[in-house]
Design a protein around this ligand. Sequence first.
Ligand code: ZN
Length: 316
Amino acid sequence: MKIKPIYTILASSFLLIATTLSLGCNGGQNGVGADGKRIVKIAYLPITHALPVFETKEELEAADDELQVELVKYGSWPELMDALNTGRVDGASVLVEMAMLARQNGIGVSAVALGHKDGNVVISSETIASPNDLKGKTFAIPHRQSSHHILLNEALKRVGLTIKDVDVVELAPPEMPSALASGQIDGYCVAEPFGAKAVLLNVGKPLLTSEELWEDSLCCALVLNDKFIEKRPEDAKKFVASYKAAGKSLSKERAKEIGKKYLEQDDAVLETSLQWISYDDLDVTPEIYASLVERVKEYGLSENPPSYDDFVKGSL
Ligand code: ZN
């Protein structure tokens, strides 16, 4: 398979500049803030897929809870994974396949909940009428270890093509709409709102939704560092319960409000984007994980992904 990063061509400042930024940071040493409250530090990328993390922070803050969330923003998935793997953060909302690979490589990280269900779209230029037309074309995904890569494979499989028929490139999410507009790529699949942006900018159209390609598809997961779970089991439990409850209570209106605050996107982009995603059931069940493992193996993301028991801490 041909995957060649084209970050250098596009000179992505998004990727190259470390954009670590704390929002509402009051974290201190040993997980205790200056005000004496306990802190859980969570890494994220500014995408709609991380909305339940933002809502959890908002709800714990509003309740003046003894446990508070500190958000740490990253500019790319590799940077975020590095922070998670080295324990600079307690957890992250991250592409589940990247965390699975880390686990497979012996790093102590565990999935405790989903980030969302569905919520991805295959975007193409107007000239692409069906996945058939992607043959010989250039298609961007954010990372080889992603559900976006799986969804591209699913779209091609429908018309009897494989990944070998397409020139696949890895690109940082915010670069994708402009790369499509300039003709550098012919389509892409990436976390929202960067699909909706192309639609609103009139530079691309939704070719297929993740729902059409893979029902109840997984993508991001809430992943915690095992050291954090071992050291602070009660905080881990409380955080995960608050997170799942936040996902359940997240109405479209509230999601839009939170999206505006944390992602700085306008109403039209969020409205388009949020119609494709759900947050109400964030449990990682054995069935849903099995549907992911099957695809991870089938499409060559990994030959030996971690088992459910090894990677998922569903009881938290
Ligand atoms: Zn996602």
